[in-house]
Design a binder for this molecule. Structure first.
Ligand code: VAH
Length: 316
């Protein structure tokens, strides 16, 4: 990954991945792109940035040729909750954007990464210690696009030899850029509200387990997978990965270890709860560990400590 074009760079993952790649490989090693330019944002100001709508296949190809990239990291996507508000738009953006990026990778023989999600599973999937290879019948449009994306990435590998790789991300928690429109966003919001108000009202019900991961582990996973020996990759698209699994009462208790007066109540969102109920409680990540050395560093309390510390500084 010496010269990488990244789509969706102003999003929760993209904004931190761009910083990491610039740090690892040099400020001009990343072509950061997003559908809009945000003046003053470090992603835009500190390196190469181009406005790119992933529905514009010609511009994506032109940029990949102009900068002579060797890798595409395709992150632009609508997330689960917002995708349920406008499912046809979500299908169009998530799938047309993906096909456009895969076609550029095929035409220019580029390495390729795009994330799937625990949202690729559904009610028929074994919920505990969910296997790498199992039933995938999601009930959300987001999940349908993720399963379709996994199959499409496998197809481009087997049919055209494109070096496609991906992971099934759990909910990602970070303090740099807020997530947008996801079902797991509560696990980010709770930290902000803990500091701002000392109280949080959870839209996800008590006892609802979901896989989660701290962003540093997510960024490490992308870099590690993309640098892995391709001969050792069996699953490619897409590896189960997770840092932890918790339910709202457990993240509340973790915050209370550092902020004893923090309290939480519930106002369960029927929509979000319905999506969360269709997802696994915990994933089996053995294949990622064995095939490319996946090894997350943060558990819930270590993440809570770092989140509260960093947000305390960020929110003053
Ligand atoms: C979402 N944060 O909630 C994303 C992610 C596993 C969750 O895919 O839609």
């Amino acid at each position: 990954m010496k010269k990488v074009l990244v789509t969706g760079c102003l999003g929760q993952i993209g904004s931190e991945l761009v910083m990491r790649l610039r740090k690892d490989n040099g400020m001009d090693s990343v072509i950061a792109t997003d559908i809009r330019k945000v003046e003053g944002n470090p992603v835009v100001e500190e390196g190469i940035f181009e406005v790119l709508d992933v529905l514009d296949a010609d511009k994506m190809l032109d940029l990949a040729k102009k900068y002579e990239v060797d890798t595409i990291v395709h992150l632009a996507s609508l997330l689960s909750s917002v995708a349920e508000e406008k499912p046809q738009v979500a299908w169009h953006i998530n799938m047309t954007g993906l096909v456009n990026a895969l076609e550029v990778a095929r035409e220019l023989n580029l390495k390729f990464f795009t994330p799937s999600s625990i949202g690729c599973f559904g009610k028929g999937t074994p919920a505990d210690n969910t296997p790498q290879d199992t039933i995938q019948r999601p009930s959300t449009m987001y999940g349908v696009t993720k399963v379709s994306g996994e199959l499409l990435c496998d197809y481009y590998y087997t049919k055209y030899g494109v070096d496609t790789r991906g992971v099934r991300f759990p909910g990602l928690i970070s303090y740099e850029t807020l997530p947008g429109g996801g079902t797991t966003d509560y696990a980010v919001e709770i930290y902000y509200k803990a500091i701002e108000k000392g109280h949080y009202t959870s839209p996800i019900g008590k006892g609802t387990y979901m896989d989660m991961m701290y962003m540093p582990d997510a960024i490490d996973a992308i870099v590690k997978l993309m640098n892995a020996d391709p001969e050792k990759l069996v699953h490619r698209n897409a590896f189960n990965i997770s840092g932890m699994s918790f339910e709202p009462e457990e993240i509340k208790a973790s915050i209370q270890k550092y902020m004893p007066d923090f309290d939480m109540d519930y106002d369960v969102s029927e929509k979000l709860q319905g999506i969360a109920n269709s997802w696994p409680n915990s994933l089996d990540t053995t294949c990622a560990q064995e095939e490319w050395g996946f090894a997350p560093q943060y558990d819930l309390d270590a993440m809570t400590k770092d989140m509260l510390d960093k947000l305390g500084k960020k929110l003053g």
